[in-house]
Design a binder for this molecule. Structure first.
Ligand code: MG
Length: 382
């Protein structure tokens, strides 16, 4: 059978799309697969990884104490993959690469969402280090996943590793000399750029939905705080005055998501046209990322974010959760620093080569929410 990387499968790729046959490849050479190209194999490797499965029990915004039908990091990831695929297909981007990147985009997240990330980062800074979920994701795919006879990690292609590192923000090349191979001065592929926006659209709409469902956000507050939401809600309410509020809300939210995705597609296309980008190299060299909203939708998007920050993330019941999360992460971190022998043997053994606080951080970052609570109970409060 021929090499799967040679097949042009699916829709035609645009000139600025990443072609799998032009990939900079894997760290460890592997024979080509007969019917899956390298990006399809990367997607499959991510799905079959432990870190991916653990997303099921990692908080997005709401812990399970609120409700078990809210998003967790796994269902959020699936929403991002779905939005990304839609955008990528319309723009003629590489769907396999987009899917691999979307499914991998949050695998470096520690337990308890952004609160968890901030607490771990703060703890690491006390020891002269830091914690960033993108860098942690790279450590996972480059080393922690142990599945293959010939190498540690998942041996993913360069473009997927690069996308992981450049997810949602640029890294300063001066601060991360060890990441020089990823050309930190250059933009990532358009496929990676699209993921960031799909992530943002996904979590903004999901947080509004879960916030409403949790009764922490009201329709009145949303209409007041987000002009676009009000513009979408008003005609619905007029036309269907007898409809239950929940269904009107659902419809308006669906239209909001659609408006954001449509603007992302149109504005990215327009920016691509203006930039004259005709190749991946042009995309990389462009002074700014090309995927993004237009000016007006950018303003609306900021309003949504500001609204969520002020009304949901800062809500007293979310803050109260945060205090508990901080206490358990700090308590467990301290415990393992003082009693490294209670770490699993494989982690304890690593303390010969690396600083203990780094190993403790890696161990805790890999935990699911419930495992962290269980370990905190066992070692700290038990
Ligand atoms: Mg995400």
């Amino acid at each position: 059978m021929a090499d799967a990387n040679e097949f042009a499968v699916g829709p035609m790729l645009a000139a600025y799309a990443m072609r799998v046959e032009e990939s900079l490849g894997r760290r460890h050479a592997e024979p080509a697969h007969p019917y899956r190209n390298d990006y399809e194999r990367d997607r499959d490797r991510v799905i079959h990884s432990r870190a991916f499965r653990r997303l099921e029990d990692k908080t997005q915004v709401f812990t399970l104490r609120f409700s078990d039908h809210f998003r967790n990091r796994l269902t959020h990831t699936l929403e991002v993959a779905q939005i990304s695929r839609t955008v990528a297909r319309v723009l003629g981007l590489n769907l396999d690469l987009v899917e691999a990147l979307a499914l991998a985009h949050d695998i470096g997240h520690p337990p308890f969402g952004h609160a968890g990330e901030e607490v771990l980062d703060g703890l690491m800074r006390e020891h002269g280090g830091s914690f960033d979920h993108n860098i942690h994701a790279l450590r996972i795919v480059e080393g922690f996943e142990q599945k293959y006879l010939d190498f540690s990690g998942l041996n993913l292609t360069f473009e997927v590793r690069e996308g992981i590192i450049k997810h949602s923000h640029d890294c300063d090349p001066a601060l991360f000399p060890e990441l020089a191979e990823y050309r930190l001065d250059d933009r990532p592929t358009l496929e990676a750029q699209v993921i960031d926006l799909a992530d943002e659209i996904g979590y903004n709409c999901a947080d509004l939905d879960d916030g409403y469902e949790a009764k922490l956000l009201t329709v009145a507050a949303m209409r007041d705080g987000m002009l676009l939401f009000d513009r979408l809600y008003r005609p619905l309410e007029k036309k269907r005055a007898a409809a239950p509020e929940k269904l009107l809300f659902n419809e308006a939210l669906k239209q909001l998501l659609d408006a954001l995705v449509t603007d992302l597609i149109d504005s990215t296309r327009e920016r691509l046209r203006k930039s004259g980008a005709r190749s991946v190299e042009d995309v990389r060299r462009n002074p700014k990322r090309l995927a993004g909203f237009g000016g007006a939708m950018g303003t609306e998007d900021m309003r949504v974010k500001d609204f969520l920050s002020a009304r949901l993330y800062a809500h007293p019941s979310i803050r109260a959760e945060r205090k508990k999360i901080t206490r358990s992460l700090e308590g467990l971190f301290q415990h393992f620093l003082e009693h490294p022998r209670s770490l699993p043997a494989s982690y304890h053994a690593k303390a010969q080569q690396e600083a203990l606080h780094r190993i403790v951080c890696d161990y805790i970052a890999g935990m699911t929410d419930s495992y962290l609570i269980q370990q905190y109970g066992k070692y700290v409060t038990g």
